[in-house]
Design a protein around this ligand. Structure first.
Ligand code: CA
Length: 396
């Protein structure tokens, strides 16, 4: 198809996106990156930009998730059990990955569990279509142009082999596969660990898990070291709650910080000179942690403190560790995914149209939750915790 006919076919279908100026620019940039214009045209042929992602680019999350709600769904009994099963099933592979990259099996499996629910949940938007829209409209076009071209080059090289029947899908912003890498990260970090000549983070568990370990290794993961430990602060503790203000463990010990079981901080598994920072994800009333260098490696995966905490905690739980010792500072704790599904069934039984029961509390579930809160005379904030679940269970 010529560029003119391609442009015409696409422009007719997506009047909101200025393809007539954007596509020639994308072709130039592709050619500059080593992808000839004819290959570029062939790789986007048949894909119509998905303009619906543009609204998501500018959406301000009207609902901020409390850390205890975030952790309750990400590190629930199901994900811990699934993680232990994946650890057993892939024991040999994970051992070889640890030998190659120095990252332990439970950490690799925890990233897999949080990123894609162990490969089950990878996003359903066709990548070329979201990235075309984001490359040609909206406020981050230069960034997304780089991602689109990185994706097309991965297809061109044969690493990725989508077909008309099985297109490449991912999140609205272009993260995809078992590890939810962006295309440019994929290009930089992905490895072919099963030796079939392709870096396939969509269908090869070996490639995906090894690439996760490679990512952490490149983020200065230190083999055999913990991400952090839960601690107890002395009464009336003062000082920085910025985890990046690090000090040697001996200093923290001198300030009266102890492990949650009351034992001294410095012991055979943690040397006095190990540097740590204080993490208080819910303020001084909630659980407190001393975090080490590996916490920063986990943080780099998604630039979120709560994300890094979820990975570290899930890995600990998969290894048989316990829940946090100090409760979250709330009288209405968050819901696991099983409880979210139960809540959704109860909302449906009460006539709310919340869509499918999937354990995700999206806008329609939140509307149903708000309606029930209003009926109960509670603040209708759309947030569901244990209290609402119990009330609906009892028919309240
Ligand atoms: Ca491979």
């Amino acid at each position: 198809m010529s560029l003119t006919s391609l442009l015409f076919a696409l422009a007719v279908q997506t009047p909101a996106i200025p393809l007539h100026t954007c596509l020639p620019e994308l072709r130039r940039r592709a050619a500059y990156s080593g992808l000839p214009a004819a290959r570029f045209d062939a790789l986007i042929a048949g894909h119509v930009p998905d303009a619906t992602v543009l609204a998501l680019l500018d959406a301000q999350p009207e609902f901020t998730t409390a850390v205890w709600d975030y952790l309750a769904a990400l590190v629930d009994a199901e994900r811990v059990e699934d993680g232990r099963a994946r650890l057993r099933e892939n024991a040999d592979l994970l051992q070889r990955i640890e030998a190659a990259y120095g990252v332990d099996p439970a950490t690799v499996v925890a990233v897999w569990g949080v990123e894609s629910d162990y490969g089950r949940s990878r996003g359903s938007r066709v990548l070329q279509e979201s990235l075309l829209a984001l490359s040609c409209a909206g406020r981050r076009q230069p960034f997304f142009r780089g991602e689109l071209i990185a994706l097309l080059k991965l297809i061109d090289s044969g690493d990725l082999q989508p077909s008309a029947e099985v297109p490449l899908t991912g999140s609205w912003a272009g993260a995809f596969g078992q590890t939810q890498f962006m295309p440019s990260t994929y290009a930089r970090i992905a490895v072919d660990f099963d030796g079939d000549g392709r870096r396939d983070l969509v269908d090869s568990v070996a490639d995906a898990l090894a690439s996760t370990a490679h990512y952490l290794q490149r983020s200065n993961w230190r083999s055999g070291q913990a991400w952090g430990i839960e601690v107890q602060l002395p009464r009336g503790h003062r000082g920085s709650a910025n985890r990046r203000d690090t000090a040697p463990l001996s200093d923290w010990a001198a300030r009266g910080v102890r492990r949650v079981d009351g034992s001294p901080l410095v012991a055979s598994d943690l040397a006095a000179d190990r540097r740590a920072g204080l993490l208080l994800p819910a303020g001084v009333e909630g659980p407190a942690f001393l975090v080490f260098r590996n916490f920063e490696a986990l943080f780099s995966y998604n630039a979120s403190q709560n994300y890094a905490l979820a990975i570290g905690h899930l890995a600990d739980r998969i290894r048989g560790g316990s829940e946090f010792h100090t409760p979250w500072p709330t009288d209405d704790p968050g819901l696991s995914r099983a409880q979210r599904r139960e809540l959704q069934a109860l909302l449906i039984a009460r006539g709310h149209d919340i869509g499918e029961i999937d354990g995700r509390l999206g806008p329609r579930s939140r509307a149903g939750i708000s309606a029930e809160q209003a009926r109960l005379g509670w603040t209708a904030d759309g947030r569901a915790g244990q209290r609402l679940l119990e009330s609906l269970r009892e028919g309240g």
